[in-house]
Write a protein that binds this ligand. Structure first.
Ligand code: UDP
Length: 498
């Protein structure tokens, strides 16, 4: 990567192999390249295939971007070739093997840092060790935070003041300390490693702590959405930050294919889902998706099916199956057949072209697990949401949508659990689903207000990435600052050499 020109800025991005982390980081890398930075993305072969088409296209337009492929140790961890991303894990055992394989990539990545001699590295919370790599190379490390500023603040203050420890029950409410607004949560909605100290707690603490030891933070968010919380995160955590989102909308602007959305392309020309949506009235269809990782228990799938059918509203539902789903097969196949006949519902198995679907005028609302990318993508399309958080920081994002932005209707989830440990007790019942759908998709005053606010935020999301918009300016400022750093460190080095 040694410079094409002495002033060319060279930046390495290392995306974590799960769509929620990888898609926004690759989009950010593409934005850097579109603004003249020479970019290298380090990833494994199967992961590269999911976005390489977009990189090749950018490169063919003259943008200095490339992928550096490293070897995933599939055989060493006992996985078949090609399983290199957490979204491919259909059981706890498989997820464990994929995670082990990812950890083993560290040496190859570190070697590449050394060989390619970048001016800056961009990595996310999952690679806290890159702080030391950057220190050794004497370059800045930027921490890419792949969720909301609000969630970063909420998590910071809850970890610091531990308000949940003062309560007797997991369902009692506490007010999140340190925030400018009074926002309530209950202990069970926190990630398990925060609720009770365990071996995992120090592992996660190290990830968060690496932010304050970094040069600064990149947020996939924007000024008009949560500027107060970005400022709060800066003052609390003590780092600089740049909000440059929504990066998916920006990087894929004018691209009708919307990049690859984290999967190898398998869409025909006139896909069936598009014909189905084309046959529907504007804003009449609810899009239901729980992100790239979650695979729901059969009992929950049954409740969702009934809740959606009973609501009377049309829907498009993305279902990801578990390994042991054999016995649920017939229920879902019958349901799918019934929905096909009534034309009320459309099921997408495993993976949906989400960006394209959300932009379709027939979509009128979204059921989301509150993964930050899905939230931003819905918001960019001006869509209101039913919030159904599952795990990690998704419960904070629910509070942002419901209490701060007032564009989300909570379905009422009580406990933070990854799908591998979800049981019968956590099932959301069909009546609650129906209630939320009828409220969001109905024509009542509350629904109209929620829609109006969502539309306004969608407009702001589009303006902020235009030339002169906040996110646009932030990206330019960040790149300029990195260039200045490069020049001053080169000057300092030449003085030492003299
Ligand atoms: N995604 C998609 N199709 C799917 C599921 C997910 O394109 O069927 C994309 C989605 O658009 C988003 C990312 O995968 O960009 C998921 O990230 P998010 O933060 O929403 O949730 P996570 O999967 O990390 O829980």
């Amino acid at each position: 990567m040694e410079s094409e020109s002495p002033h060319q800025l060279n930046v390495i991005f290392v995306p974590y192999p799960t769509p929620g982390h990888m898609i926004p980081m690759v989009d950010t890398a593409r934005l850097f390249a579109k603004h003249g930075v020479s970019v290298t993305i380090i990833t494994t072969h199967a992961n590269a295939l999911t976005f390489q088409e977009a990189i090749d296209s950018d490169f063919s337009y003259g943008y200095p971007i490339r992928t550096q492929v490293i070897q995933f140790p599939a055989a060493q961890v006992g996985l078949p070739e090609g399983v290199e991303n957490l979204k491919d894990g259909t059981s706890l055992e498989m997820l464990g093997k994929i995670s082990s394989g990812i950890i083993m990539l560290q040496d190859q990545i570190e070697l590449l840092f050394h060989d390619l001699k970048p001016d800056c590295i961009v990595t996310d919370m999952t690679s806290p060790w890159t702080v030391e790599s950057a220190e050794k190379l004497g370059i800045p490390r930027l921490y890419f935070y792949s969720s909301s500023c609000f969630s970063n603040c909420a998590s910071y203050f809850i970890r610091k003041y531990r308000p949940h420890e003062k309560l007797d029950s997991g369902t009692q409410k506490f007010t999140i300390p340190g925030l400018p607004e009074s926002i309530e949560m209950s202990p069970l909605q926190l990630a398990e490693w925060i609720r009770a100290k365990s071996a995992y707690s120090s592992y996660f603490e190290a990830m968060f702590e690496s932010e304050s030891r970094s040069y600064g933070t990149i947020y996939n968010s924007f000024h008009e959405l949560e500027n107060d919380y970005e400022k709060l995160s800066n003052s609390a955590i003590g780092t600089k930050s740049w909000s440059i989102g929504p990066v998916a909308a920006w990087a894929n602007r004018n691209d009708e294919r919307k990049a690859n959305g984290g999967t190898i392309r398998d869409l025909e020309k006139e896909p069936e889902w598009l014909n189905w949506l084309d046959s529907k009235k504007n804003e009449s269809v609810l899009y239901v998706s729980f992100g790239s990782l979650t695979r729901l228990p059969q009992a929950q799938i049954v409740e969702i099916a009934h809740g959606l059918e009973n609501s009377g509203h049309d829907f498009m539902w993305v279902i990801r199956k578990k390994d042991e789903d054999g016995d649920g097969e017939s229920f879902l196949l019958e349901f799918e057949q019934r929905m096909k006949e009534s034309k009320m519902g459309y099921i997408i198995w495993n993976w949906a072209p989400q960006l394209l679907i959300l932009d379709h005028p027939a979509i009128g609302g979204v059921v989301t697990h509150c993964g930050w990318n899905s939230v931003l993508e819905s918001l960019n399309a001006g869509l209101p949401m039913i919030t159904w958080p599952m795990f990690a920081e998704q419960f904070y994002n629910e509070r942002l949508l419901a209490d701060v932005l007032k564009i989300g209707v909570p379905v009422g989830v009580k406990e933070n659990k990854f799908w591998t440990s979800m049981g019968e007790e956590e099932i959301v019942r069909r009546e609650e689903i129906l209630k939320a759908v009828v409220l969001l998709m109905g024509s009542g005053q509350e629904s109209k207000e929620i829609r109006r606010r969502a539309r306004e935020l969608g407009d702001a999301a589009k303006r902020t990435i235009e030339e002169g918009g906040h996110s646009y300016n932030n990206l330019i400022q960040l790149i300029d600052e990195l260039k200045s750093l490069k020049i001053s460190s080169a000057l300092a080095k030449s003085k030492l050499d003299d």
